[in-house]
Design a protein. Structure first.
Length: 212
């Protein structure tokens, strides 16, 4: 298991050990539902938070965003693309793979010597409830005006984020007009995202299926 993901993957074999699924044909929706129910099992959420808080301590002072992603989609999420408007990813990269039932964690920081803040977006590819490829986006704006932290999330076809760059300025505008919480249902996907206050807030995104 990679160093920046936390929790055991929730797979068919996981569900087969549960009485209610022992004789059932397990589907994606089942894996997603159990992953959501087991979001905090084994303190995996606290382990992810502790990891990113330690990254912040190692980084030191300055504006930064402590990001947590939980995968309750029933399938693995794979890193696709990211865009920095202000700042950059910290010492550890974005998690490459986040299995169903796992938390991914990373730190995004301001550039050395600049007070602009941490403003960026990252996309993960996965499946919707029908097994179609979808891109899951989270974005955050954490600038030097600490009480105006904002977040945004959406889901689109996976190709949408790779075939052109026209979405990049749109997302910047969307997050700028957003608030401290956002949720969206689209194309068989459901996602939520929230942010705290201060110059080093915790951003938490949860990716789900819209009927799990």
């Amino acid at each position: 298991m990679a160093y920046n993901v936390f929790g055991n993957p929730i797979e068919n074999s996981t569900l087969k050990g549960m009485p209610e699924y022992k004789l059932k044909a397990i589907e994606r929706n089942d894996r997603a539902k159990v992953a959501l129910q087991m979001k905090n099992v084994g303190d995996k959420d606290l382990k992810a938070l502790t990891f990113v808080e330690n990254l912040k301590k190692q980084h030191g002072d300055g504006i930064s965003t402590l990001c947590l992603i939980y995968n309750a989609t029933g399938d693995t999420l794979t890193y696709s693309i990211s865009k920095d408007w202000c700042g950059h990813i910290g010492h550890f990269p974005y998690p490459t793979l986040i299995a169903n039932g796992q938390w991914g964690a990373f730190l995004h920081v301001q550039k050395l010597g600049t007070p602009e803040g941490s403003v960026a977006t990252v996309v993960y590819n996965g499946k919707n409830k029908d097994g179609e490829d979808r891109g899951r986006l989270l974005a955050w704006s954490n600038n030097r005006v600490a009480y105006k932290n904002k977040v945004f999330t959406e889901s689109r076809t996976a190709e949408h984020y790779l075939d052109n760059v026209g979405w990049i300025p749109l997302i910047y505008d969307y997050v700028d007009k957003s608030g401290t919480y956002k949720s969206e249902k689209w194309g068989g996907c459901f996602s939520t995202i929230s942010t705290g206050y201060g110059t080093s807030p915790i951003v938490e995104a949860i990716f789900m299926l819209d009927d799990a």
